[in-house]
Design a protein around this ligand. Structure first.
Ligand SMILES: NC(=O)c1ccc[n+]([C@@H]2O[C@H](COP(=O)([O-])OP(=O)(O)OC[C@H]3O[C@@H](n4cnc5c(N)ncnc54)[C@H](O)[C@@H]3O)[C@@H](O)[C@H]2O)c1
Length: 360
């Protein structure tokens, strides 16, 4: 790929443009907002589009509801040999593309699975997509060369391509991102009217479960509205599971032994299936489920504690695969969970104890 046009120089468009520019691609930039396009250009993402040349790839990075319209317009102009987009949902834009009779032979939909809390070009980073997956949703009529050009974009951005259909993509993001968000908010909502003393007992479990419930509601209304039907379907299935959980728990609360044991079986089966689902979440290196052991270390809340801990872990010659920090409510102390490869925890524990650390 020698040249590209990015339409929509917000967070995602500017990030892709920065990555391509760094790798020597000549990038042209367009946006309806002149400030956004000038800002992106001043960051080194490319040049404000003024060229009449046909580029190799046009990347449409505008809100999902506008993808079809923008594609139809720029294809009518003939600005590029191949076209793609980066919208977070795929079925709606794809329907628009067909309804507007766009050229689907030279277009492949896409969705980089990376983002940031903020929008706009100032939040963009050349390495935003580094190591992330990037879904491509080619239709059967898409030309191989178009798919290859989209694959080249993914590679130039340091991401890993995953090919799937538009509907399968929307169901997948509904399952792993959108529905968990709603559930986290619903669980957090239970705390809204809870007594102060009850909330003060909150520990890491509820903190982990509700972390994403702290996001910007307006942003999430936009995200959910683009995939609302899919999320509603998944929530309906979840509601049936909730009914089952309630029935199991009611039976467990009964005075009848047989009912109690039947209820416990329902609840245990639900918890086991949760274990199985959780174990399928990919690990950091190979996309396979992670199998780590955790070492829990108590640390004081003072400068340099974490650096000292990592230096001591390094002395044990053990690679720390992941880290989680848990603060103790109202105390100047915390617990650090160091995840290490299976079988490595014992050696790490010995070294840390020998160096004076208190382990849990
Ligand atoms: N933000 C994320 O975390 C994330 C992650 C992956 C994919 N996406 C997708 O990327 C796309 C862009 O999102 P973003 O976060 O970069 O948003 P953004 O608000 O930062 O940028 C969107 C840009 O598109 C411009 N624009 C709007 N209509 C236009 C038009 N008709 N022609 C030209 N420019 C136009 C806006 O002026 C704005 O600068 C969306 O489709 C979104 O679903 C977002």
């Amino acid at each position: 790929m020698r040249s590209a046009l990015v339409v929509g120089t917000g967070l995602v468009g500017t990030s892709a443009a920065l990555a391509l520019s760094e790798r020597g691609v000549a990038v042209h930039l367009r946006d309806v907002d002149p400030v956004a396009v000038r800002t992106a250009a001043s960051l080194g993402a490319g040049t404000v589009d003024g060229s009449a040349d046909v580029v190799d790839l046009a990347i449409i990075a505008v809100p999902p509801a506008l993808v079809g319209r923008v594609l139809a317009d720029i294809q009518a102009e003939g600005v590029a040999r191949h076209y793609t987009d980066v919208a977070s949902v795929k079925a709606g834009p794809q329907q628009d593309v067909v309804a507007l009779e766009c050229d689907t032979v030279h277009y492949v939909g896409g969705h980089p699975m990376a983002g940031a809390e903020r929008n706009g070009p100032l939040a963009a980073r050349a390495d935003l997509f580094e190591g992330r997956t990037w879904v491509l949703t080619p239709t059967p009529d898409a030309e191989t060369e178009t798919l290859n050009t989209a694959l080249e974009l993914v590679a130039l951005c340091g991401a890993m391509p995953v090919l799937m259909g538009a509907a399968a993509h929307d169901r997948a993001v509904g399952l792993v991102s959108h529905t968990p968000h709603v559930v986290a908010s619903l669980v957090a909502m239970r705390l809204e009217q809870a007594e102060e003393r009850a909330v003060s007992l909150a520990g890491p479990g509820i903190r982990d479960l509700t972390r994403i419930a702290a996001s910007d509601p307006q942003l999430w209304v936009d995200i959910l509205s683009a995939n609302a039907g899919v999320v509603a379907d998944i929530l309906e299935e979840l509601a049936a599971d909730l009914d089952n959980a309630v029935a199991g728990l009611r039976a467990m609360a009964s005075t009848d032994d047989a009912k109690r044991s039947g209820g416990a079986q329902i609840v245990e089966s639900m918890l086991r299936r949760g274990n199985t689902g959780r174990a399928r979440i990919p690990g950091k290196h190979d996309g396979r489920p992670a199998r780590y052991e955790a070492v829990a270390v108590l640390i004081g809340d003072q400068p340099g504690e974490l650096a000292k801990l990592f230096t001591d872990a390094d002395r044990a010659g053990i690679n720390v695969e992941d880290v989680r920090l848990e603060h103790s409510t109202g105390q100047l102390a915390g617990l650090v969970y160091l995840s290490v490869a299976q079988g490595a925890a014992v050696g790490l524990e010995e070294t840390l104890r020998a160096r004076g650390w208190r382990l849990r």
